[in-house]
Design a protein around this ligand. Structure first.
Ligand code: CA
Length: 243
């Protein structure tokens, strides 16, 4: 399994009351280069989350004091949208559903394979559009700019508009490809993940919306280009100034 080195500066809060599992998870995430914080009960988890700067929370469900579902519910009620991956021995379908209903992003059942844990951590961070602090927050896209930290676009017409998580995810993939083609399948996998209903057409609709923001003439795109039958690529602004 290969990981993008830039992914690995992400800060992960591990919430786990069993020392053996906590050590195993923390050691392996540290080996991958992630920066780790450990909380061994729900109150400590909430305090750590409130302190901020966390990119992902691995959240056990059965914890002393406040349980994992309640930690997640409270954070979401406070508007905290940090991705949460439940890691728990409770594997009954109602528990999984509850975990997702209270605002969790994914659910992994113990005992788990370490490879699967690492793959899910990586996938969630990719979907969030996380790619390390060295990445510029503001990137030129066509006739506008994207601010990945603020989650907004300065559009071709000069207006400032919010970008949703999926729009940011698509833009991040295109920007990171540096002019290369990104397939619809990769976009669906990275941005939509396990969501059940998207089709390649869904991606097309998002790209149409993005063109309206970043192209001076969305009907004749110069930057957000369709590669027929394959996917999309983002022509970098400088590349057009050849004629
Ligand atoms: Ca536990």
């Amino acid at each position: 399994m290969t990981y993008d080195a830039r992914m690995n500066e992400a800060r992960v809060l591990v919430v786990e009351d069993e020392a053996r599992i906590a050590n195993l998870v923390c050691d392996n995430l540290e080996d991958e280069g992630y920066r780790i914080m450990l909380a061994s009960d729900g109150d400590a988890a909430l305090r750590a989350a409130h302190a901020g700067g966390i990119d992902l929370i691995l959240l056990d469900v059965m914890l002393p004091h406040v349980d994992g579902f309640e930690v997640c519910r409270r954070l979401r009620a406070e508007g905290d949208r940090t991705p949460i991956l439940f890691v728990t021995a409770r594997d009954l379908p109602p528990d999984r559903v509850r975990g997702l209903m209270v605002g969790g992003d994914d659910y992994l059942v113990k005992p788990f394979q370490l490879d699967e844990l690492l793959a899910r951590v990586h996938a969630i961070l990719r979907r969030k559009g996380w790619s390390g602090r060295a990445q510029a927050a503001q990137v030129q896209v066509g006739n506008g700019t994207v601010d990945f930290e603020r989650g907004e676009a300065t559009c071709a017409n000069g207006s400032i508009e919010p970008l949703n998580r999926k729009e940011l995810g698509i833009l991040r993939l295109l920007v990171e490809a540096h002019g290369g083609v990104v397939s619809r399948t990769d976009i669906l996998t990275e941005v939509w993940g396990d969501e059940v209903d998207p089709t390649p057409r869904t991606v097309d609709n998002f790209v149409v919306r993005l063109r309206k923001k970043f192209e001076s003439d969305p009907a004749e795109p110069q930057y957000l280009l369709t590669m027929r039958g394959v996917g999309y690529r983002l022509r970098e602004k400088g590349a057009l100034r050849t004629s």
